[in-house]
Design a protein around this ligand. Structure first.
Ligand code: HEM
Ligand SMILES: *[C@@H]1O[C@H](CO)[C@@H](O)[C@H](O)[C@H]1NC(C)=O
Ligand SMILES: *[C@@H]1O[C@H](CO)[C@@H](O)[C@H](O)[C@H]1NC(C)=O
Length: 494
């Protein structure tokens, strides 16, 4: 190479480094490891073990620190105090959603999970109200979940107590509850349309979890100029959009404004009410993306928690036995478990909380952003900065939950065996962005798990001591190792 080229190259690199150093020291962002130009702190992070990476950084820099993902500063909050201060006490300021280039390209700022500002506020309020008010329609939310639980039972009986991996069927059940909420009716598990839909979601979740996509999100320019799995992502996304649009058209034709039957009906009624408002957030475009968001947020989280939960119950057969004893006492063997029963089932309730605590399904929460520049403790966080809140650090707090690594329903029971709630239970996050589907998700977890335990004994393929319950490292969500079990219908007597 020409010496002059080498010289120019070296000089411009030096310039870049010094510019970078100046710019990153600007403002008073929280402390953190020194980033490199372009790639930031990526080399100092173990992407496969973020919880320990964060823990190590918090030991070195305190509960509020800055990491650079590429050139982009991200403030990490670690531990209950900092997380609560941001999400709850300063809820409004910290209620923004950080941009996620791949998804922003797909949903164009609509929907509820990744939207911001007015669209987010209005869509969120509407979604919360509608999910809550479903009791007013002809069929309550609970009715829909119970119906799904009964179908699930029939499917599990068909396994004839042979070794069986429940992953797929649990996904079907969770996805179908969302279908029932959105479209009024559920699908048959063998329905080809339903199976196609599930396949596309499944593939997109896989794609979102690949390293390539993480790289694309840090360097979004790649999305425009390189072929790659993101194109497959957009294709799947469009297919699902198309499917939802068809459903919306059917709903528009059959809509009775005075008698809405499902989420889409309610949304169409709202559209009608706001039809003279040019700025309304209630448009077909937004409905498509909101429906898609409910699938995305409500299927994988719930089904993975159920699948992980069953594994934990096999690892701890004494816990499963106590839950079954409580079911026998409160519900009996013939009545369908309902939410009314839960109030009289403190042990089961504690077990469900302990499951969600230890599973820690979204360890780093979904990324937030600050809506405007804000003074936080001794630092200044500029508008739009991405905020990661470590839910792991809260759910595994060792003062609130002594021996946090151990699965112990006692973490949620008082001395009298009554259920004991905890502010540290942040599996659904906290504050203004807290999970919209919390009520529905709790209902699904309770009804599905009690219905299963009412009718089956869970027989593992291994001795409980040998069952491995450590989550397999992944991107956004914790996933249990895959496993098989036998659903033994031993409880149909009496
Ligand atoms: C075990 C099940 C579930 C868990 C653990 C869970 C957890 C979460 C978490 C941690 C967030 C992020 C909150 C934040 O940004 O601070 C979230 C958001 C969300 N969840 Fe869930 N979720 C579950 C089930 C569901 C279900 C069944 C639905 C559908 C009805 C749902 C709908 C949503 C929506 C729409 C958001 C976005 C809220 C917003 O950005 O304002 N989730 N969820
Ligand atoms: C952190 O991650 C490691 C490996 O992924 C896992 O073994 C460990 O249990 C996790 N710790 C917590 C507190 O979740
Ligand atoms: C965290 O620190 C411990 C002890 O210094 C080290 O062994 C471990 O590899 C670190 N983990 C990560 C993910 O940085």
């Amino acid at each position: 190479m020409e010496p002059i080229v080498v010289l120019v190259f070296c000089l411009s690199s030096l310039l870049l480094v010094s510019l970078w150093r100046q710019s990153y020291r600007k403002g008073r962002l929280p402390p953190g490891p020194t980033p490199l130009p372009i790639i930031g702190n990526l080399l100092q992070l173990d992407m496969k073990d973020m919880n320990n990476s964060f823990r190590n950084f918090s030991k070195a820099y305190g509960p509020v620190f800055t990491l650079y993902f590429g050139m982009k500063p991200t403030v990490v909050l670690h531990g209950y105090e900092a997380v609560k201060e941001a999400l709850t006490d300063l809820g409004e300021e910290f209620s923004g959603r950080s941009d996620y280039p791949l998804i922003d390209k797909a949903n164009k700022g609509f929907g509820v999970v990744f939207s911001n500002g007015k669209t987010w506020k209005e869509t969120r309020r509407f979604s919360l109200m509608t999910l809550r008010n479903f009791g007013m329609g002809k069929r309550s939310m609970e009715d829909r979940v119970q119906e799904e639980a009964q179908t699930l039972l029939e499917e599990l009986r068909k396994t004839n107590a042979l070794p069986y991996d429940p992953a797929f069927i649990l996904k079907c059940a969770s996805c179908n509850v969302i279908c029932s909420v959105l479209f009024k009716s559920r699908f048959d598990y063998a329905d080809q349309i339903f199976l196609n839909l599930m396949e596309k979601f499944e593939e997109n979740i896989k794609i979102l979890n690949t390293p390539w996509i993480q790289v694309c999100n840090i360097f979004p320019i790649l999305l425009d100029y390189f072929p790659g799995s993101h194109n497959r992502f957009f294709k799947n996304y469009n297919d699902v959009r198309h499917f939802i649009l068809e459903k919306i058209k059917e709903h528009q034709q059959s809509l009775d404004l005075n008698n809405p039957q499902d989420f889409i009906d309610y949304f169409l009624v709202k559209m009608e009410q706001e039809k003279h408002n040019q700025e309304s957030s209630f448009t077909v475009e937004n409905l498509v993306n909101t429906a898609n968001d409910l699938f995305g947020a409500g299927t994988e989280t719930t089904s993975t928690t159920l699948r992980y939960g069953l594994l934990l119950l096999m690892k701890h057969p004494e816990v499963a036995a106590k839950v079954q004893e409580e079911i026998d006492r409160v519900v009996g063997r013939h009545k369908r478990p309902s939410m009314q029963d839960r109030a009289r089932m403190p042990y089961t309730n504690a077990v469900l909380h302990e499951m969600q605590r230890i599973i820690d399904i979204v360890p780093m929460n979904l990324p937030h952003a600050v809506n405007h520049g804000i003074q936080f403790r001794n630092y200044f966080i500029p508008k739009g900065t991405t905020i990661l809140t470590s839910l792991t650090s809260v759910l595994y707090d060792n003062k609130e939950f002594p021996n946090p690594e151990i699965f112990d329903p006692g973490h949620f029971l008082d001395e009298c065996g009554q259920f004991k709630r905890s502010d540290y239970f942040m599996a659904f996050s906290a504050g203004k962005r807290i999970c919209v589907g919390e009520g529905l998700a709790r209902m699904e977890l309770f009804i599905f798990l009690t219905t299963i335990l009412q009718n089956f004994n869970l027989k593992p393929m291994l001795d409980p001591n040998e069952i491995d319950v450590t989550s397999v490292a992944s991107g956004l969500v914790s996933v249990p190792p895959s496993y098989q079990l036998c659903f033994v219908p031993a409880r149909t007597d009496g």
